[in-house]
Design a protein around this ligand. Structure first.
Ligand code: SAM
Length: 321
């Protein structure tokens, strides 16, 4: 019998490696800065809320959005350091997680997690078919399409495959929760700009520079607002909820940069940054400059002269028919 019936584009191996290595280095460096969380907290418009509380509330909220309860089964696609799975475990929900980063996996030996690209799920995990009451992809979808795939015009094929895999994973009536940074229709990154622009100083601090640097360094290419909704509908998902979480990501990223700066002032560097430098000198130096000096990450969520932020963090909840 054929194991895989879904048409999933093959794993883009160079891209997968770039994302994996980036998280292996970044996760360890951020940990030195006291940052374990890789996506936004829940502030509900209250900037005075503490970072730790906002992060805790966000995990609870995501599980609520997925309508998960004790005894249910969930899959976290791109589980990072396992925060959502820890909260699920605390609530008696049986969680599994997949990630591309070995370093992240080391953090959750007490959880049911493994190294796996979602594109390989139907082939490697045939037993997962219709197993889950909820599937979450929190801050991972930004990496699902490589800039090369976007340039080759197959971005929507990849998203379509992602929704088909999620449909395959979910029980009827199960929920899919996705949070992802989006390009705005008037500021979509041209895929060829996802590159090192350090030696093009005339571009420094332009939208192309910030978005292109983040895409190149992070192995990311974002969907455009609205794009996922029509693709999910084609796959038989009902849109249950759609939220703009950009302010939450703004507040979270401002705390991150403060934590990173204070770690630098304390000269707290992890050994990973040095091994990262040895293996990827350009990425490491450029990454450091883009995050700390040009603040390209934070730029994405900051208001631009009264016009609002140049990207949007969208939270979606879909129900499988
Ligand atoms: C920004 S982190 C988010 C981590 C976590 N969800 C959180 O909220 O802190 C992105 C995660 O997605 C994972 N990821 C990216 N592309 C993936 C893919 N194709 N398959 C599985 N995991 C992937 C990365 O390894 C990483 O764990």
């Amino acid at each position: 019998m054929k194991k895989q019936q879904l048409a999933v584009p093959p794993v883009a191996l160079r891209h997968e490696k770039a994302v994996r290595e980036m998280y292996n280095i970044l996760s360890s460096v951020l940990k030195e800065c006291g940052i374990n969380e890789l996506t936004e907290g829940r502030y509900q418009g209250n900037p005075a809320r503490s970072y730790a509380v906002a992060q805790e509330l966000q995990q609870e909220y995501l599980l609520r959005l997925a309508r998960l309860k004790t005894g249910d089964e969930m899959l976290d696609i791109g589980c990072g350091h396992g925060l959502l799975l820890q909260e699920a475990k605390r609530q008696g929900i049986s969680g599994k997680g997949i990630t591309l980063s070995q370093k992240q996996l080391e953090d959750h030996q007490d959880l049911d997690t493994c190294l796996l690209n979602w594109r390989k799920i139907p082939e490697k995990m045939p037993g997962w078919k219709n197993q889950f009451d909820g599937v979450c992809a929190i801050g991972s979808l930004e990496h699902f399409v490589s800039p090369q795939e976007a340039a080759g015009g197959i971005k929507n094929d990849v998203y379509l495959a992602f929704f088909e895999v999620c449909r395959w994973l979910l029980k009827p009536g199960g929920r899919l929760v996705v949070t992802a940074i989006h390009y705005l229709p008037n500021m979509i990154l041209r895929p060829k700009m996802a590159r090192n622009q350090f030696f093009e100083p005339w571009r420094w601090c332009t939208p192309d520079f910030h978005l292109g640097s983040v895409a190149w360094l992070g192995g990311a290419y974002y969907p455009t607002v609205g794009e996922l909704v029509s693709i999910a509908k084609r796959c038989g998902f009902l849109l249950n909820r759609e939220e703009d979480g950009t302010k939450d990501y703004y507040l979270t990223s401002e705390v991150w940069i403060k934590k990173i700066r204070s770690a630098l002032l304390r000269l707290k560097f992890s050994k990973e940054i040095f091994s990262g430098f040895k293996s990827y000198p350009l990425h490491t130096i450029y990454g450091f400059l883009c995050i700390v000096l040009f603040q390209s990450w934070n730029w994405q969520f900051r208001d631009q002269k009264g016009q609002g932020p140049p990207t949007q963090l969208m939270r979606y909840v879909w129900e499988r028919k």
